[in-house]
Ligand binder design. Structure first.
Ligand code: PRP
Ligand code: URA
Ligand code: MG
Length: 210
């Protein structure tokens, strides 16, 4: 049985935001705005099973039962492109801690090159939400999630706006226990390992070309 659980969030509003991101006429500011909206929808679905703790609260009228997130999760944006999802995810889970992983794909080998990791030493019993708009070959997410499992994480949820079938296969082959929430599984990769039809380079579309 596969260890990757895939959920495609194809709500009409998610499709509309994703289409705005795909459109080459969308400028950097509007791309970032659509990514924030889509992140909110992906987070909403991905946190559906989050454990809650009950607590007694008093409304202006009477006492009742309130709920709060039981244990603070960890949010991990993959730099650069995941940065555009970080603030929205954190607003939805204000009790979360945030770690960072910096990866840049080598555009000749298509393998990720790591340039930073800032993560808690132990992730035992921590629920982790990884943010990266793009799952292409899967190399970057396998690297990132490997860092997390090496610290003891056993509950990792990946949020990506777009996924390629090749990347999903690579995640499955890695054997990592993951849940993946995406707004679309696209056709595949081109000879430059870009997602087709995709949306181009998600980092450049938000922040400009480097
Ligand atoms: O699945 P993969 O083939 O590894 O590709 C996906 C990676 O490519 C993009 O980052 P990129 O390396 O372009 O860095 P950037 O965010 O700084 O633009 C994207 O944000 C992913 O991290
Ligand atoms: O299509 C792709 C593939 C990798 N990284 C991106 O930003 N876009
Ligand atoms: Mg890039």
């Amino acid at each position: 049985m596969s260890r990757v659980q895939l959920t495609v969030v194809d709500h009409p509003l998610a499709r509309a935001r994703l289409s705005r991101m795909r459109d080459e006429r969308t400028d950097n500011a509007n791309f970032r705005a659509a990514l924030r909206d889509l992140t909110q929808m992906l987070m909403y679905e991905a946190t559906r099973d989050l454990a809650v703790a009950e607590e007694p609260i008093q409304t202006p009228v009477t006492g009742t039962t309130g709920y709060r997130v039981a244990a603070p999760p960890l949010i991990v944006p993959v730099l650069r492109a995941g940065l555009g999802m970080a603030d929205t995810a954190h607003r939805m889970l204000p009790e979360a801690q945030m770690g960072f992983v910096g990866l840049a794909r080598n555009e000749a080998t298509f393998e990720p090159e790591a340039y930073m990791a800032s993560l808690p030493e132990s992730l035992v019993d921590r629920q982790v939400f990884v943010l990266d708009p793009m799952l292409a070959t899967g190399g970057s997410l396998v690297h990132c999630c490997g860092l997390l499992t090496a610290r003891g994480a056993t509950s990792i949820t990946v949020l990506c706006t777009l996924a390629a079938p090749e990347g999903l296969r690579r995640l499955e082959e890695s054997g990592l226990p993951l849940r993946v929430f995406t707004a679309s599984v696209d056709e595949g990769l081109n000879d430059k390992a870009y997602i087709v039809p995709g949306l181009g380079d998600a980092g450049d579309r938000q922040f400009g070309a480097v």
